[in-house]
Design a protein. Structure first.
Length: 338
């Protein structure tokens, strides 16, 4: 029996497409899956040993080890260039991170985000790896021109999550470099709010990117790329400090927080309304965005998480975290605040 949430159909295994053979065949461009299924060559240790050789000079960056790979007779093998897929195993300090990221990405899709195609694929040893298909390569082999927010905001990559940065300033800059495309503001607001809800305090400037189509006559970056690198850090309390990677508002850089934050000690819906105001959204539009996203998450998160391949303990931790964040966002405004 399947369940339908909005326009997304879910099977007993979860969002039906990422688990179905049809999805995998489409994602990999093959007519039939291998008898023993798709595999990543070797194991996680082999992967880590190969990383220095295969990442030299390519653009796959970040602290988590990842490699470009291509499919060869049902086996994903590392390549130095032109790989269509990016593969990431679980880092030593983040067990089951592939299952975690895959789960949160499916939730992002269900609540309305355009996401990068992704899947869980086992190594030959059986350990799962997270795989995502590159979205910068189009069907005709041309490439989108993509630039991340660190570059667009003139921030050195090493400072991508600096305490001196805010989402307010970031989204106002992205609005400008998009030719004042208000869709960028709306999309960015939703990405920040979703990150807060699911416990993704890894939404730094390298994880926000805009694109321009090939041969475009405009010099503006026109819109956000599909969402990528979205996960919940909540199950890893050693690494979960602040609720967000950057400050929400510029005023917080001077230790000036909203009246609601001062009362509750954390962000509530009121803080996101102020955030909306500061990036050019009306109160009514901001309240609508918050209500819509919170309602969508509330209606889907338990089903999606229960259907995921995360271990049971991780499922409980992520569900508890999301429930707490939804509660925070619905708390009443302090007296005399509207």
């Amino acid at each position: 029996m399947s369940q339908r949430l909005g326009t997304i159909s879910l099977s007993p295994k979860g969002n039906e497409s990422p688990y179905s053979s049809y999805f995998l065949k489409t994602m990999f461009g093959i007519s039939q899956l291998p008898k023993n299924g798709l595999r990543v060559q070797g194991d996680a240790q082999t992967f880590n040993d190969l990383a220095p050789e295969y990442t030299e000079g390519n653009s796959v960056s970040g602290a988590q080890k990842k490699l470009l790979m291509s499919l060869n007779d049902g086996m994903l093998v590392p390549v130095k260039k032109n790989g269509q897929f990016i593969v990431k195993p679980a880092p030593d300090n983040f067990p089951h991170l592939p299952e975690n990221e895959h789960c949160i990405m499916q939730l992002a899709k269900v609540v309305g985000f355009d996401i990068a195609q992704n899947a869980l694929v086992p190594f030959e040893s059986g350990e799962l790896a997270y795989l995502t298909k590159r979205f910068d390569i189009l069907k005709d082999a041309t490439r989108l021109f993509i630039e991340d927010a660190a570059s667009l905001c003139l921030v050195a990559p090493v400072n991508k999550g600096s305490d001196a940065l805010s989402y307010e300033d970031t989204l106002n800059t992205l609005f400008t470099v998009s030719g004042q495309n208000r869709g960028v503001t709306l999309n960015g607001f939703r990405q920040v709010l979703f990150a807060y809800i699911v416990g993704n305090n890894n939404l730094h400037l390298k994880n926000l990117s805009l694109f321009r189509k090939p041969n475009s006559q405009s010099h503006f970056m026109t819109n956000f790329t599909p969402v990528y690198d979205v996960l919940s850090v909540a199950p890893y309390p050693k690494y979960y400090g602040d609720d967000l990677s950057l400050s929400l508002l510029n005023s917080e850089l001077e230790a000036v927080f909203s009246e609601a934050y001062e009362q509750y000690g954390h962000y509530t819906g009121y803080d996101f309304i102020k955030f909306g105001q500061q990036i050019g959204l009306s109160n009514s539009a901001t309240k609508k965005l918050i209500k819509q996203l919170c309602s969508a998450v509330e209606g889907a998160y338990e089903y999606i998480i229960n259907a995921s391949q995360c271990p049971d303990g991780m499922k409980r931790e992520i569900k508890s975290h999301i429930a707490e964040k939804l509660g925070r966002l619905s708390r009443p405004y302090p007296v005399n605040l509207v």
